[in-house]
Design a protein around this ligand. Structure first.
Ligand code: CO
Length: 330
């Protein structure tokens, strides 16, 4: 079975000292600690330990072979987005990391594909960079799920999504900059609670605002981590839409009718959750996504799908690869 993993991350082995380049503190940097291992630093704070697969395509391909993954889509780690920085600095970073992604893919262009990043606080600059990136070989773009207080239904962000559809760029929405972090100082709770909520918020902001009525059907957009809390709580949303006019104010059709307008990945780590996700989203809308090579990613890539007792062979093939081929247009 063809296996395409649409949600993996990379980091270049090294990059210029951004604090020195821009004259502002707390930029991410890589501190190599021992051969094959590094710590992502944000200023002088340790952010996350990483290993060679992040930057070394040979290690990546070796691990893909071990998991029988045919194609991996790599994208930046959200800590590199820089949406809160001056736009020209974020644009500079985007170019830097987008070119670095293509260098990694050049090791094996048939098996390594990339999504770019853009300076999403500046819509014109974002449109320009995604156009440049797609011309250079990126299949699309990964965006953070919000920019400050702006959700995906913001006019500027909708303009960007329209632009992505017009240049044929697939869009992966990744949660970042999680809500209510000050109430979750321990146990990685922002990853466990806020990330799924952020993703649900993004999907609902597009549905409830009626944005899907305006966005072209040709837009290919996917939400990470199984769409976060969305699928499990869709019944609650439909119920509210039926019973309260303030809920359906801008959304002409029942929320669950929009599930054919976007994709989600399979990173839910539980076979019952995956079965429900496929039931809610439909057979054509869920794609293998692992969050490789991070510690919270699926360690046996694709196993949850392959071993699923409720999925037949053709459904497994769709989730493992066919749906991604449609999403990525490869
Ligand atoms: Co991820």
């Amino acid at each position: 079975m063809k296996k395409i993993d649409i949600h993996t991350h990379f980091l270049p082995e090294k990059w210029p000292d951004l604090a020195a380049r821009f004259g502002t503190p707390d930029w991410p940097a890589m501190r190599h600690t021992e051969p094959g291992k590094a710590m992502i630093m944000v200023g002088d704070q340790e952010f996350r330990p990483v290993y060679e697969a992040c930057w070394n395509p040979a290690v990546r391909i070796e691990e893909m072979d071990r998991h029988n993954v045919d194609v991996q889509v790599i994208c930046a780690t959200p800590v590199l987005f820089a949406y809160e920085r001056p736009a020209e600095q974020a644009a500079d970073c985007a170019k830097l990391f987008n070119d670095a992604a293509l260098e990694i893919c050049a090791y094996n262009p048939q098996r390594l594909k990339a999504l770019c990043q853009v300076p999403l606080q500046d819509i014109d600059a974002s449109c320009e960079e995604v156009t440049r990136a797609v011309k250079n070989g990126h299949l699309g773009v990964q965006i953070g799920n919000h920019v400050g207080h702006k959700n995906l239904d913001d006019e500027g962000l909708l303009t960007f999504l329209q632009h992505c559809a017009s240049v044929g760029a697939a869009v992966l929405v990744h949660p970042w900059d999680m809500m209510a972090r000050d109430r979750m100082p321990k146990y990685m709770l922002p990853w466990l609670v806020s990330m799924p909520a952020e993703t649900q918020l993004s999907i609902l902001s597009l549905i409830m605002s009626g944005s899907f009525e305006r966005l072209p059907k040709s837009l290919r957009i996917c939400f990470a981590h199984g769409g976060g809390s969305f699928a499990f709580l869709l019944g609650r949303v439909d119920n509210a839409w039926k019973h309260r006019d303030i809920v359906r104010e801008d959304c002409p059709n029942i929320p669950s009718s929009y599930v054919d307008r976007f994709y989600v990945d399979s990173a839910v780590f539980n076979s019952d959750a995956l079965a429900m996700l496929v039931k809610v989203m439909g057979d054509d809308r869920v794609m293998l996504g692992s969050d490789y090579p991070f510690p919270l990613g699926e360690q046996e890539i694709g196993q949850l799908i392959q071993d699923h007792t409720l999925f037949d062979v053709s459904l497994k093939q769709k989730i493992l690869g066919d749906n991604a081929q449609n999403f990525l247009q490869i």
